[in-house]
Design a binder for this molecule. Structure first.
Ligand code: ATP
Length: 510
């Protein structure tokens, strides 16, 4: 991470704590690593992100329905899904620092450094050649860039090959040959690489002899697959159709740094779209585009997002891409779109002995549907939103403000109701307005401190509108409405507040 990125990221984490977005879990006991709690502001933002996703997937698609399946599932589910045997991370320890790393991350970071070098080379040339600069041509012909690109290709193809063959000795050899050092100790004194399963397990049943091993689900998708037939039959669903779900997932992540980017307990918003075999490529493209639109409709610049098509496909996928977001620590995966073939349903069919098929009334045949999945981490989406929203501004009068430019539709509090002073009936009038607005909007009433400080507090939690009740209000029933980003203030009648705010926070207006 660049020092600037690090600095911004540190500020965001501190801001999240100070303003009730996110707290470390069990903080009074010194915290539990990679587990976080959402505070009074954060839980509202999180709920709004969930609603935005649920509405766009379930409410706006007549052929997508939602479910809410349990976290515990029959242990054989995880055998069938491949998680018991293959949900592993390759780990390596540095003997000097005693720090543990993911071997794949060490290699990817090494490759990212080479990519940075290429980018610097390109930027240098671009400023030298100005308007005449042809980026593609430069990348294809500049000897240093070509050499570095080849180097990346060699490293990645060898790494992918050894991982696929489970040749962990070669993964270690690659780390040694590349001269990768431990970021803590700077040494190359590495242990062997070994696989580590990421699922948490526990016992179900009160007596140990009855006890049976169950897992905390590492993804929500399997709850959808095992309910495929229930939903298809009871909902009388025809292909193509989707099942959506939002819920907790658990992974014993080894390197759980970077705040809520990688947590041990997190939440996923997943949708499995069941299609006729042969139509999956079409739907894969459809969902890639549709999901990107969902992101950009929030008004976050499109340049913050990019697709990353997978070179290394999981054994069950025939196409896969990530939507990456530019976090303060660089572009990283935010969402995955995967064409999963019939792998999951066919495997559950085999393990359960139950037919998981669709009878196609048009062709008169039964088959196992193919699946295109969209899978996004709710917490990662939260991090994307807050890291994009955090802004430090110097105002015209020289003063500073920290403002969270959260997309208004997602803002935790939509309206702050502020009496100019808490006397002469202004506070009673403000309460009256608050009581009337609260049925339609998440509002906050605040009468403490000078009005300027109250505005700053609302800016810091991203409230798009502040309504101020002053002496004129008592005469003519008008209030000032202050918009967060422009800080512009208008005077409007009380009965217009709902209409004005509703219009401006409506996501469809974008
Ligand atoms: P990564 O490569 O970052 O570990 P992944 O490819 O394992 O992610 P998936 O299994 O495809 O992730 O999960 C789908 C989504 O769930 C991811 O795009 C991400 O947004 C989210 N996610 C996965 N693991 C975590 C985690 N430990 N903490 C928070 N969100 C996560």
């Amino acid at each position: 991470m660049s020092t600037k990125g690090e600095d911004v990221f540190r500020k965001i984490v501190a801001h999240c704590k100070e303003y009730g977005f996110i707290f470390q879990s069990s903080e009074i006991y010194d915290g539990l690593s990679a587990v976080y709690d959402y505070g009074q502001t954060g839980s509202e933002l999180k709920k709004n992100i969930m609603d935005y996703w649920w509405k766009s997937m379930v409410q706006y698609h007549e052929n997508i329905v939602g479910i809410d399946s349990a976290i515990f599932m029959h242990p054989t589910v995880w055998k069938a899904s491949g998680h018991v045997d293959a949900f592993n991370d390759p780990l390596i320890d540095n003997k000097d620092s005693k720090k543990r790393y993911r071997a794949d991350v060490l290699i990817e970071e090494y490759v990212a450094k080479i990519e940075d070098k290429i980018e610097k080379e390109v930027e240098k040339a671009a400023s030298r050649f100005g308007d005449k600069f042809d980026r593609n041509m430069f990348i294809e012909t500049n000897p240093r860039v070509v050499e570095n690109k080849q180097k990346i290709e060699q490293i990645m193809s060898r790494f992918v090959k050894s991982l696929e063959a489970n040749d962990l000795k070669d993964v270690k050899a690659l780390i040694e040959e590349l001269g990768i050092v431990c970021p803590m100790s700077g040494s190359r004194n590495w242990t062997d690489v070994r696989q580590f399963n990421l699922m948490f397990s526990t016992q179900i049943g009160s007596l140990s002899e009855d006890a049976s091993l169950v897992y905390l689900r590492p993804e929500t998708a399997q709850g959808i697959f095992v309910n495929y037939l229930n939903v298809q039959k009871t909902g009388r669903m025809k292909l193509p159709f989707g099942i959506a779900q939002i819920g907790k997932a658990f992974r014993n992540e080894i390197i759980a740094r970077q705040f809520i980017f990688r947590m041990r307990e997190f939440e996923q918003m997943e949708m499995q779209f069941f299609v006729k075999p042969g139509e999956e490529k079409h739907w894969y493209e459809y969902w890639k585009e549709h999901r990107m639109k969902w992101h950009t409709a929030l008004g976050i610049p499109a340049s913050k997002y990019r697709f990353h098509d997978h070179d290394k496909l999981a054994h069950y996928a025939n196409a896969a891409a990530d939507i990456e977001f530019e976090f303060p620590f660089g572009f990283k995966e935010l969402e995955g779109i995967h064409s999963r073939t019939d792998f999951d349903l066919a495997s559950h069919q085999k393990y359960s002995g139950k037919k998981l098929q669709f009878f196609d009334p048009v062709t008169n045949e039964s088959y196992v549907p193919y699946v295109v999945e969209t899978s996004i981490g709710l917490d990662r989406m939260f991090l994307a939103i807050i890291s994009n929203s955090y802004n430090e501004e110097t105002l015209e009068d020289g003063s500073e403000r920290v403002v969270m430019n959260i997309p208004p539709a997602l803002a935790p509090i939509k309206i702050a109701v502020l009496p100019l002073v808490k006397k002469d009936g202004l506070n009673d009038k403000a309460r009256e307005i608050f009581d009337y607005l609260k049925y339609d909007f998440m509002c906050q009433y605040d009468e403490k401190d000078a009005i300027g400080r109250r505005y700053r507090r609302q800016d810091a939690i991203g409230t798009p509108y502040c309504i101020t009740i002053d002496y004129d209000t008592m005469q003519d029933n008008t209030v000032t409405i202050r918009e967060r980003d422009s800080m512009q203030q208008d005077r409007i009648p009380i009965e217009k507040i709902s209409e004005v705010v509703a219009k401006r926070i409506d996501i469809r207006k974008r």
